[in-house]
Ligand binder design. Structure first.
Ligand SMILES: Nc1ncnc2c1ncn2[C@@H]1O[C@H](COP(=O)(O)OP(=O)(O)OP(=O)(O)O)[C@@H](O)[C@H]1O
Ligand SMILES: [Mg+2]
Length: 282
């Protein structure tokens, strides 16, 4: 592993886009000058941000501004998309996430992902959870690993008597908690969530939000959400992205403002953030 000085040293801080209270941040990720291309198209431009350890960071902004694109860079999911190419730097604990010696499979074990639509395997509840630990050759009694992950995901009580049942028989909200349990089972450090509640009803959404706050004691969470109340309720920091049209008429996603959530929602620095959070735009 190469030690690249203090992570902060690698960040270019830009005027009003600069996050506040950086000193308080113990960054897991340090993103500097990140642009992401799909072929020749630059979907997101020049993003600088830090992701704090055991914090919940929310990414908000209108459709197409590049939230999912940036999120997928954090665990190299974009590697799996033909033509997708990040430029700039993402350090993970000070180490280049895209360095030659870095194994993307190991990256995805340490940095798990939960998607918009719950996607359990068409297997039993038990096997959904046991799959990752088995593939990774994790030590320990499998029954205990499964119980622990389901307990942490606040699902154990609802499923403990039917572990052999097909996971697809669960409700949408239960399936999403199962997917969170599956992500936790391989003992990651970070959980990325791309609109994890958008297919769920308000009660299931509340359960996932409560769960996220529980999980933030042990994990670092980055969540993309269209629900601003959700970002305001659960996150410590919020990044507001928007898409801007350049002089050739091409749209590029930009990070407009990144700050403590309370500040973004009460006293944002940038007019574009204010317009978005007050519903005047987007
Ligand atoms: N696989 C891909 N190939 C080419 N372009 C893509 C691909 N995925 C996304 N894009 C483009 O990149 C830009 C950002 O897309 P992205 O999905 O990251 O936005 P988003 O903010 O997550 O939007 P939404 O809120 O609708 O999910 C968009 O212009 C989109 O069309
Ligand atoms: Mg998206």
């Amino acid at each position: 592993m190469t030690e690249i000085g203090t992570p902060m040293a690698n960040v270019t801080v830009r005027g009003p886009e600069a996050p506040r209270n950086l000193e308080a941040l113990d960054p897991v990720f340090t993103v500097s000058d990140l642009s992401v291309f799909y072929g020749d198209y630059e979907a997101v431009r020049e993003v600088d941000m830090l992701i704090g350890n055991r914090e919940i960071t929310a990414m908000i902004g209108p459709s197409g501004c590049g939230k999912s694109t940036v999120l997928r860079c954090f665990n190299r999911m974009n590697d799996l998309i033909p033509g997708a190419r990040p430029a700039g730097k993402i350090l993970y604990h000070g180490e280049d996430l895209y360095g030659d010696h870095v194994d993307p499979i190991e990256v995805r074990r340490r940095i798990g992902m939960v998607f918009q639509k719950p996607n359990p395997f068409p297997k039993s509840i038990y096997d959904n959870i046991a799959y990752g630990p088995r593939v990774n050759g994790m030590k320990g009694k499998m029954d205990d690993l499964v119980e622990q992950a389901l307990t942490q995901a606040a699902l154990w009580d609802e499923v403990k008597d039917k572990l052999k049942q097909n996971a697809l028989s669960l409700s949408g909200g239960q399936q999403q908690r199962l997917c969170i349990a599956r992500a936790i089972a391989v003992k990651p450090e970070v959980i990325l969530m791309d609109e994890p509640c958008s297919a769920l009803d308000p009660i299931a959404t509340t359960k996932i939000e409560d769960l996220m706050q529980q999980l933030a004691r042990d994990y670092t969470i980055v969540i993309v959400t269209h629900n601003m109340q959700q970002a305001a309720r659960v996150s410590h920091r919020t990044a507001f992205f928007t898409a801007e049209v350049d002089d050739k008429g091409v749209r590029h996603g930009r990070l407009v403002e990144y700050d403590e959530t309370s500040r973004i929602f009460t006293n944002p620095t940038d007019k574009r953030t204010e317009d978005y959070i007050t519903g005047r735009f987007g």
